[in-house]
Design a protein around this ligand. Structure first.
Ligand SMILES: [Zn+2]
Length: 466
């Protein structure tokens, strides 16, 4: 009896202690809530841009923060935001990086869905494209004292917890899930411990993903470089094109993908898929494609010259030939000129042409260099000849394969001076300018395709691709 009495007393003591603890923490939380959030002034901010962002008035901002000189706003200054009581902490802006996702960002910054949506005024997770300036509630990386694990196919969160020696409920809480059932295979989850850093929403085998100049722009060659610490078999998809990754150096893989002129600017999905000896992952990222700055032309020509079917047929024929992804890269550094008169451009790449009051529409997939019949055409980079014969539109056509999915084309030649299978060197004479095929005057029409998509050829002279 004495023992049981003792038990009851200690239970009472514990209960009282718990109640006291709950009431004090609640009081503390309420005090904290009443403070509201603080926003740190970012480069380029003005009082009116901040007021607009948070839907409050400039006058309220000034009076709440006791601002004397509205023009003397310093980057990093903390500002109180009057009237905002649904979120706490320090608000900052951060660009969405490759590998970030709606769920991943929320997990990293501990933001619930309602606050995240309200802060960023988004209506769909698809609006969080790469480079989007997102409002977040603390410093990035607060949650990076954790490793990333991929939930393997058929593996449950419970099994992952057991395998990593964790409590499944702490994994649920750390990953802002409602229950263990919400984690699906392929999900990248935070697991405690470890000091690994890197893209948040990619598995820890990936150390870095970078998008290089010129980025995602219609008619340009996008370069995606992935650095990993494991033997990773990478694949992916960008705007309906299967990506081909090639090993640049130990642990570094690169893909070169043309962004089609006809894609138009807008949001698209980039999918990265990887497989190593242990795990499979697949992650999607919304990316923003900007429109290139190309001209428009309205032309009136003889109807007999307009044959969309022929043009489409030749495009399919060329795609079959050009869809080469030879694993050996044959060039290094800048490409040379294909022709002696590269300053004499008759027609630029990417021009959108509307013919005969819109009866036909097309893009100029190459750049036209002037110069008369017989002018020399040179290989601008080492390559292998994969096509050398006449076609209907482009006339006498040579196609060079430079490896890694990059091919170049030389159209309307008067003479082809190479044969299929030849290996050519940079600067080598490969043909002569002419007026064959559907052409109105001698010129060199030069195209470069990156993984099946025509891109701005001059970029390859002016920029260094991997
Ligand atoms: Zn042309």
């Amino acid at each position: 009896l004495e023992i049981s009495l003792h038990w009851n007393r200690s239970k009472q003591v514990i209960l009282v202690a718990i109640l006291l603890f709950i009431s004090t923490t609640q009081a503390a939380a309420q005090e904290g809530d009443s403070l509201g959030p603080t926003y740190l002034v970012q480069p380029g901010d003005t009082l009116s841009s901040i007021a607009l962002r948070f839907d409050i008035s400039v006058a309220e901002l000034i009076s709440e923060n006791g601002i004397n000189n509205p023009d003397a706003l310093n980057v990093g200054d903390p500002l109180r935001l009057p009237g905002i009581d649904w979120i706490d902490g320090t608000l900052i802006l951060d660009d969405v990086q490759l590998g970030d996702s709606y769920l991943g960002l929320r997990r990293q910054y501990w933001l619930d869905q309602a606050s995240f949506v309200r802060l960023n005024r988004i209506t769909s997770p698809n609006q969080l494209y790469y480079g989007f300036s997102a409002l977040l509630a603390s410093e990035r990386g607060e949650n990076t004292n954790s490793a990333r694990s991929v939930l393997a196919a058929g593996q449950s969160l419970l099994e992952l917890a057991i395998a990593s020696g964790e409590n499944p409920w702490s994994l649920v809480s750390q990953n802002q899930l409602n229950g263990t059932w919400e984690a699906l295979s392929g999900d990248i989850l935070f697991t405690p411990r470890s000091d690994q850093t890197g893209p948040s929403n990619l598995p820890s085998t990936i150390e870095n993903v970078s998008i290089e100049n010129p980025g995602f722009v219609t008619g340009k060659t996008a370069v995606i470089r992935v650095q990993s610490n494991a033997n990773l078999e990478l694949s992916g998809k960008l705007i309906d094109h299967e990506l081909n990754f090639f090993e640049e150096s130990d642990g570094v893989q690169v893909t070169l993908q043309g962004i089609s002129l006809s894609s138009g600017e807008g949001n698209y999905t980039l999918t990265l898929t990887g497989q190593d000896e242990n795990a499979f992952f697949s992650t999607q990222q919304v990316i923003r494609v900007d429109g290139g700055n190309y001209q428009r032309e309205t032309l009136t020509v003889d109807e007999s010259l307009l044959d969309p079917e022929l043009s489409a047929r030749e495009q399919v024929q060329l795609l079959e030939i050009a869809n080469h992804a030879s694993p050996e890269k044959l060039w290094t550094g800048f490409w040379g000129a294909p022709h002696p008169y590269i300053d004499v451009i008759n027609s630029e790449f990417g021009i959108a042409r509307s013919y005969n009051q819109g009866s036909y529409f097309g893009y100029h997939f190459g750049v036209d260099f002037g110069g008369g019949t017989g002018v020399e055409i040179w290989a601008p980079a080492p390559g292998t000849v994969i096509f050398a014969e006449p076609v209907e539109l482009r006339g006498n056509l040579t196609i060079l394969d430079h490896g890694w999915g990059i091919v170049s084309m030389y159209a309307h030649q008067s003479e082809i001076l190479v044969s299929v299978g030849d290996n050519v060197q940079s600067g080598q004479l490969i043909g002569r300018v002419g007026n064959t095929g559907r052409s109105s005057g001698a010129h060199l029409h030069w195209e470069i395709w990156a993984n099946g998509v025509a891109v701005e050829p001059l970029d390859w002279i002016n920029l260094v691709f991997p």
